[in-house]
Design a protein around this ligand. Structure first.
Ligand code: AMP
Ligand code: ZN
Length: 112
């Protein structure tokens, strides 16, 4: 499958990985939008958040659990933002679900 993030999971494309287990991989975003900006992705290919099935609920929780644990490790205990851009109107550009974690700068609202 021609999926950029599946290639990162497979090690076919390099990434600055910060964590990996049997379910997820986390790596620094190549175009960081904050001093800390990393992505948490499932190893399983899921294109869209709206493709989640009930069988994926552990995985979805594990992505969120991993995101907050790594955010603390990366020095963001005082606050950070998680984002999952979903589909075209949501600004998604890579169609393999991923949770952005951004921190170490003051966030504003609303996002663009
Ligand atoms: P989204 O626009 O929400 O789909 O986010 C995709 C993110 O993947 C963007 O923030 C990109 O900067 C990031 N990205 C694209 N290619 C790579 C790569 N090879 N390694 C790390 N991050 C990437
Ligand atoms: Zn994929």
């Amino acid at each position: 499958m021609d999926c950029l993030f599946c290639k990162i999971v497979a090690g076919e494309i390099p990434a600055k990985k910060i964590y990996e287990d049997e379910h997820v991989v986390a790596f620094h975003d190549i175009a960081g939008q904050a001093p800390v900006h990393f992505l948490v992705i499932p190893k399983k290919h899921i294109s869209l958040l709206t493709d989640l099935s009930v069988d994926d609920t552990f995985l979805a929780g594990h992505i969120l659990y991993t995101a907050q644990r790594l955010a603390k490790e990366q020095g963001c205990a005082e606050g950070f933002r998680v984002v999952m851009n979903t589909n075209d109107m949501g600004g998604q550009t890579v169609y393999h679900i991923h949770m952005h974690v951004l921190g170490q700068r003051q966030m504003s609202w609303p996002p663009g």
